[in-house]
Design a binder for this molecule. Structure first.
Ligand code: ZN
Length: 404
């Protein structure tokens, strides 16, 4: 893919690389011309569509000399383009330790993680790896959701709730059963919606916003047309992640996962979320690596409520012989009420509406704004935080005690 003149100018020099990879807090309001060029270089890593993001990722992986493996998805994007989960690997093939950086577990959230992955490749972070360590970028865990700008997979499943044991009785979610009808009204601009809003207001007034968030986001197996649906079987994305991990990660002694997310917490801030029990071995390891900013939903100090069936759970179940240290890196965009409203609107749109209508396009803009900050300042905040966390992962992974 051809690079812009600005990119060649701004990132072609060692000085700019240093600035991009060490940048302190940046503020677009008072930026110098040089800093503005840095902003533009960072913006260049971020994309406006899945197709653009994938092309940038594959081009950057090729330039970096990564070995690339693509897992084609059976469906197409809205533009008829191909979909795939793409993996780029840098470092010794037999490295004992691998840092995995993944994007788009929640489809439309992929603009964020993809931008960082392209930036990591373009600034050659892999040159900083110690001998026994490799880095793996997994682009678009949920390529269908990314391309269609939806949080869910092609089967309306929340991939980050789908890693449960489907051979065991599935967990119930009575809280969601109570709010489901209000989450999924028959119309989005008529009496059903109005009644639903009144019902939600009453629910929140009675139980509080945290209880509402917990009921909605825990994950549920009972309503295939609902929100945060966890499915009745492993999705394509889960099966593909498991195949990729079985092929490339199972024999490693240590694996770190940074899974990029958006939509919760203060705008531009990247919250580190460990799904381990507070004080558990993995949680303590993440605190040692990243500091005491690590949050655990179970302790109630996270922007995330407790949820079932995350990809981190999937890694733990799969990588028995590996010490895995997993984290979700969650970047804020808009207030949680607006996020939930955008998700309800998008869910209604694909159940009852027309994506190509004026209303449909308005809802698509709403969902995009809910999960993609899409301005230079947000992009720069995401980049700086992502880079800092990746470097801490590499250093933590390198220093973790040997298991062999
Ligand atoms: Zn997410």
């Amino acid at each position: 893919m051809p690079k812009s003149g600005v990119w060649n100018f701004a990132a072609g020099t060692k000085r700019t690389r240093r600035l991009l990879s060490k940048a302190g807090p940046v503020n677009s309001g008072s930026a110098s011309i040089f800093e503005k060029m840095v902003f533009m270089a960072i913006d260049d890593w971020f994309s406006a569509s899945y197709g653009e993001a994938r092309a940038k990722f594959l081009a950057a992986a090729k330039t970096a000399g990564a070995s690339v493996q693509s897992y084609p998805h059976p469906l197409k994007g809205p533009d008829g383009g191909d979909l795939a989960m793409d993996m780029a690997y840098l470092g010794p093939q037999d490295a004992e330790r691998v840092a995995v950086v993944s994007s788009a577990t929640h489809g439309v959230e992929g603009f964020c993680g993809s931008g960082c992955q392209v930036g990591f490749l373009e600034t050659n972070i892999h040159d900083e790896l110690p001998d026994n360590l490799a880095i793996m970028y997994v682009h678009a865990h949920n390529p269908h959701g990314f391309a269609h700008e939806r949080r869910v997979t092609e089967d309306n499943v929340d991939l980050n709730r789908n890693f449960v044991d489907f051979d065991a009785p599935l967990p119930g979610n009575p809280g969601y059963d109570e709010v489901h009808a209000m989450m999924v009204p028959l119309d989005w601009d008529g009496p059903a919606r109005q009644a639903a809003e009144a019902g939600i207001e009453t629910y929140i007034a009675t139980n509080g916003l945290p209880a509402f968030q917990a009921a909605v986001t825990l994950g549920q197996h009972g309503h295939p047309d609902g929100l945060f649906y966890a499915g009745q079987a492993p999705t394509w994305s889960r099966r593909t992640i498991e195949a990729l991990a079985a092929e490339h990660l199972m024999t490693r002694s240590h694996v770190a996962l940074i899974d990029f997310h958006t939509g919760l917490g203060p705008r531009g801030y990247g919250e580190l979320i460990s799904v381990d029990v507070p004080g558990g071995a993995e949680h303590l390891r993440t605190v040692a690596w990243y500091g005491d900013e690590v949050r655990t939903p179970a302790s109630g100090d996270s922007a995330s409520a407790v949820v079932n069936g995350t990809i981190e759970n999937g890694y733990h179940d799969l990588l028995h012989a590996t010490e895995s240290t997993t984290i979700a890196l969650e970047f804020g965009t808009l207030p949680v009420e607006q996020i939930v409203e955008a998700l309800r609107a998008d869910n209604w749109l694909y159940l009852h509406g027309d994506v190509n209508s004026v209303m449909g396009q308005g809802i698509k803009q709403q969902i995009r704004a809910a999960f993609y900050g899409e301005d230079s300042e947000w992009n720069a905040q995401i980049w700086e935080r992502g880079l800092d966390i990746l470097r801490k992962s590499i250093s933590g992974l390198g220093a973790s005690g040997s298991r062999r």
